[in-house]
Write a protein that binds this ligand. Structure first.
Ligand code: TMP
Ligand code: ZN
Length: 424
């Protein structure tokens, strides 16, 4: 059997081997490795988590790769049903129409399609769709929901099979999955084999600029191999005969970019947005070491700040729980060393997480209904990327005197008075 983890020597985008060492989080269990509450608990394997930047193409990545099939063949995360994401998915379909000139019956292929939620938005507009995702448990649900999908890692082989069975795709989409891919060259070879000559590729990733500016250190965990800027994606796509035609920013998952590309010679025009954002990245100094080293210093201090803040509340006799158990929340708890000693429970809407324990920190996860019976004094908002929506929905908790601690970019408290002031 292949080893579960390997250390990379060369950059997965450009092949260089000149690394800037940015930050070491130490060794941690997988952020989605929720545990059954058995007695005794099983041993949890822990893997190193070291952040590096390639000094050539400036890809930020983690140095150790856990085998993708270990993390993704059976997956607990299902696409969020939040209003923010629903609106975003509708916008993706509009953008696809505007950029790829879609007409009824055209094929849309999605990689990392999860349970097929995004593809249903395309189906409702009369498009043919096909989803590819490595998680067998999710693909089963997608097919039951009427979204034709296959359990496979998207790449040369699986894409050629889609093209042979369904024809070429006018629109190829990968939402929030590209960071999870170690062999990006195999995936882009797959894209170029399935995309129509005038087709458009859209890749949505959390934006490195937002990650650095907002201290989003908790989005760094084993599943996320790479953290992309537009300039690194530009270089990568160009090396596969793809031309960037547009970049949009979106307020999802803490700040994301959707990068649109097309085969080099396609008639699709390049928009001014591309040159503008590349210029912006140069102005920010992303090609130098400075922003990454600043991020490392901020990370160390925010981790201390969050830990001290929560421990201070507990020392004052306050009850603290976690709101949401996203993988980044599990990572944050691990990095801050916050365990069941400080955090009474974590509430999450995902059925597959409820009744389990958070990986490494062993905090029980319960449903929102259970949490309502014993609300804490403070909720540490681990799903901070939905802060506005959650704070608006939780008016009863706030009106009863409850408070949120939003940990990122640095801990701040939200009470009903603050909410009312913000709304005024
Ligand atoms: P995501 O940021 O990767 O989409 O994960 C969000 C997690 O937070 C997911 O486990 C569901 C959970 N969640 C809640 O428990 N309540 C909520 O209101 C929202 C929006 C998310
Ligand atoms: Zn590189």
């Amino acid at each position: 059997m292949q080893d579960v983890i390997r250390t990379i020597d060369t950059c997965r985008v450009c092949g260089a081997d000149d690394w800037l060492e940015v930050y070491s989080f130490g060794s941690h269990p997988l952020a989605n490795g929720f545990l059954e509450p058995t007695d005794p608990l099983p041993e949890e394997p822990a893997f190193p988590l070291d952040v590096v930047v390639c000094r050539d193409c400036r890809l930020m990545s983690i140095r150790h790769e856990v085998r993708p099939d270990v993390m993704f063949s059976d997956y607990v995360y299902v696409t969020s049903e939040s209003a923010l994401i629903a609106g975003h998915m509708e916008r993706i379909v509009d953008w696809a129409h505007e950029r790829a000139g879609l007409t009824e019956g055209d094929l849309v292929v999605e990689l990392g399609s999860n349970i097929g939620t995004q593809l249903t938005y395309f189906q409702r507009r009369g498009l043919r769709v096909f989803g590819v995702d490595p998680a067998r448990n999710l693909i089963e649900i997608a097919n039951e929901n009427g979204v034709p999908s296959r359990a496979a890692f998207f790449g040369r082989e699986s894409a050629a099979r889609v093209a042979a069975e369904h024809g070429k795709a006018k629109f190829v989409l990968g939402r929030q999955c590209f960071a999870h891919i170690p062999d990006v060259h195999d995936v882009l070879d797959g894209v170029t084999s399935v995309i129509a000559d005038d087709g458009v590729l859209a890749i949505e990733v959390p934006y490195l600029v937002d990650l650095l500016a907002e201290n989003q250190f908790d989005t760094i965990f084993h599943e996320h191999f790479s953290y992309y800027s537009v300039s690194t994606l530009d270089r990568l796509f160009t090396s596969h005969g793809l031309r960037l035609v547009d970049v949009q920013r979106a307020p999802v998952h803490g700040g994301s970019i959707i990068v649109f590309a097309t085969p080099q010679d396609s008639p699709v025009a390049t928009r001014d947005t591309v040159g503008a954002i590349l210029g912006h990245e140069r102005a920010l100094g992303l090609h130098s070491d400075r922003p990454y080293l600043e991020f490392a210093a901020n990370t160390a201090s925010v981790i201390d700040h969050i830990r001290d803040f929560v421990r201070g509340l507990v020392a004052m006799g306050k009850r603290v729980a976690g709101y949401g158990a996203p993988s980044k929340g599990c990572a944050l708890l691990q990095f801050c060393g916050l365990t069941a000693a400080e955090i009474e429970f974590v509430t999450d809407t995902t059925k597959g997480k409820q009744g389990k324990l958070t990986p490494g920190t062993h905090i029980p996860v319960c449903s929102p209904e259970e949490a309502k019976d014993t609300p804490p004094d403070y909720y540490l908002l681990l799903a901070w990327n939905y802060a506005d929506e959650i704070i608006a929905n939780e008016h009863e908790f706030l009106d009863a005197g409850g408070r949120f601690v939003v940990p990122i970019p640095s801990p701040r408290v939200v009470s009903s008075r603050w909410r009312d002031a913000a709304a005024a």
